[in-house]
Ligand binder design. Structure first.
Ligand code: MRU
Length: 320
């Protein structure tokens, strides 16, 4: 089964409602820019490249009105793909054709990332990934999971350890589901178990996606990514980041300047109506963290692999 997170119908964008996975596969129909902006804000569609694609169709539905751009730009702050897509739409003559092209290019880009990245995955690798950087987070195929898919397609015997990704459970609900669809062996763990498995020699490498990569190679990704990068360094394991060029933000010199979204306290105090924390407790809920470039073994993008990323390496890549 092909996973299709976004479907363009000519007069509406249908989004696979990721809030209801894996129990239900239902599409939500968005017929206006405001409806698309709300769907991005409410996590119907999530993952940096998928958010960018959805926003492009939001502009189409809003007929390119300034109010449409404004509503979409306010939906989520961290993934730069959203702003990249809006910028690209501003320069387009035919909005619908541009959005359709952007969607198709994203899949091609992910396949290229997969083809480059598969070289980093040895036979038998036990791969830890965090959050969901798969087909669901993109137009299809995925970035970090695209690399996993490509290695699997190449016939390598690999297995994936998916961390659950508190508090929104993208790993537990989405990554596990995607891997099951493709019969790629997968094991679910809670976020706190990663260090233990590394210390026992049960993980060979870590690969994650990104929401924004600063000019110096610092990487913003789902909260908990930084912890995994520190653990990977402690255990001398490679820590890879897979992301398209549309996730690079050369205007931000380093990760400290990347805007980090804070989400509702309710995501931490409970889930889907269940509540486990006492009323009135103070809560922090940053949705992303920043992994310093020095902890990143390599960044894989559609143009190739940048080992030990830094400002010079990324500048050269973007010029190539
Ligand atoms: O809050 P989310 O689910 O949108 O966060 C998603 C991530 O952090 C992904 O790792 C990132 O967007 C890369 S997706 C290819």
């Amino acid at each position: 089964m092909k996973i299709e997170p976004l479907r363009w119908r000519g007069d509406a964008l249908e989004l696979l409602d990721q809030r209801r996975l894996p129990e239900q596969m239902v599409y939500l129909r968005c017929a206006s820019a405001e409806a698309v902006a709300a769907a991005i804000r409410d996590m119907v569609v999530r993952g940096a490249p998928a958010i960018g694609c959805a926003a492009a169709f939001g502009v189409v539905l809003g007929r390119g009105a300034e109010s449409a751009y404004e509503a979409l730009a306010k939906s989520r702050p961290t993934a730069v793909n959203l702003f990249w897509a809006l910028e690209r739409m501003r320069g387009a003559r035919d909005l619908e054709a541009e959005a359709i092209a952007l969607l198709a290019e994203d899949i091609a880009t992910n396949r290229a990332i997969g083809a480059h990245g598969a070289a980093l995955i040895p036979e038998g690798a036990r791969i830890l990934t965090h959050c969901n950087a798969g087909a669901l987070a993109t137009a299809g195929y995925g970035t970090a999971l695209g690399v996993v898919r490509a290695a699997h397609e190449a016939g390598r015997r690999i297995s994936v350890i998916a961390s659950e990704t508190r508090p929104y459970l993208q790993g537990a609900r989405l990554t596990t589901w995607e891997l099951q669809q493709e019969n790629i062996p997968a094991t679910l763990i809670t976020d706190g178990m990663a260090g233990h498995l590394m210390s026992r020699g049960e993980i060979d490498l870590v690969i994650v996606g990104a929401d924004r990569i600063a000019a110096n190679g610092d990487v913003a990704n789902k909260i908990g990514t930084y912890t995994l990068a520190v653990l990977a360094r402690r255990h001398e394991l490679p820590f890879y980041v897979a992301a398209p060029v549309s996730t690079f933000d050369p205007n931000i010199p380093d990760g400290s300047l990347i805007p980090i979204e804070e989400r509702h306290a309710e995501e931490v105090t409970g889930f889907r109506g269940a509540r486990w924390a006492p009323p009135g407790i103070a809560v922090r809920n940053p949705a992303f963290d920043v992994t310093p470039a020095e902890l990143v073994s390599a960044i894989v993008c559609e143009k190739g692999i940048v080992p030990r990323p830094d400002a010079a390496g990324l500048r050269a890549l973007l010029r190539s």
